[in-house]
Design a binder for this molecule. Structure first.
Ligand code: GTP
Length: 168
């Protein structure tokens, strides 16, 4: 009997991105909606979420959509990565595919998510997925810092500060 996740498991993964190093703190949360409230504790403040579904099981894709809605409602700064799992089973037999690739791709475009098809068994696309998460983190954080710097009028800020301190 395969063990199921209750609560969450944690692992840290060090990823090189260009000349930088990013340490990803990865929480593997329970997939069942039953543990929804508990999972929320772990993904609160997350900058990236890998939402997995079983490529051979269409109902698992419906459950993945549930988690995407949760993330969209509660974590607006969290980038979403859709991850179809067990791709090795499709290599064996294409008829095992339970979720149409183009349907998922359309959905991924709609929610602005990246899509990967992976296998824990063969390791297919697993490294690429985590590499993309780390790269996006570096690129989007750099972009955010840049736009924030542009957006702040320091002259006005110190003026306001001065105004405040003269009146208190
Ligand atoms: N063929 C194949 N089987 C897989 C793969 N990944 C997981 N499995 C099998 O699918 C079953 C469930 O895998 P888990 O990793 O426990 O699934 P989970 O989504 O983490 O389950 P929860 O703990 O309930 O969240 C196990 O029997 C695994 O052996 C894969 O890439 N290929």
């Amino acid at each position: 009997v395969a063990p199921i996740t209750i609560g969450a498991a944690f692992v840290a993964k060090v990823m090189p991105v260009g000349d930088q190093t990013v340490t990803l703190g990865i929480w593997d949360t329970a997939g069942s909606e039953r543990y929804e409230a508990m999972s929320r504790i772990y993904y609160r403040g997350a900058r990236a979420a890998i939402v997995c579904y079983d490529l051979t099981d269409s109902s698992s894709f419906q459950r993945a959509k549930f988690w995407v809605n949760e993330l969209q409602n509660f974590e607006e700064n969290c980038r979403i990565y859709l991850c179809g799992t067990k791709s090795d089973l499709l290599e064996e037999d294409r008829r095992k595919r339970g979720v149409d690739f183009h349907d998922v791709q359309d959905y991924a475009d709609e929610i602005k998510a990246e899509l990967f098809e992976t296998s824990s068994k063969t390791g297919q696309s697993v490294d690429e997925l985590f590499q993309k998460v780390a790269e996006d983190f570096v690129h989007f954080t750099a972009f955010q810092v840049m736009t924030e710097e542009k957006g702040i009028d320091l002259g006005q800020r110190s003026g306001t500060y001065l105004y405040n301190c003269c009146h208190h």
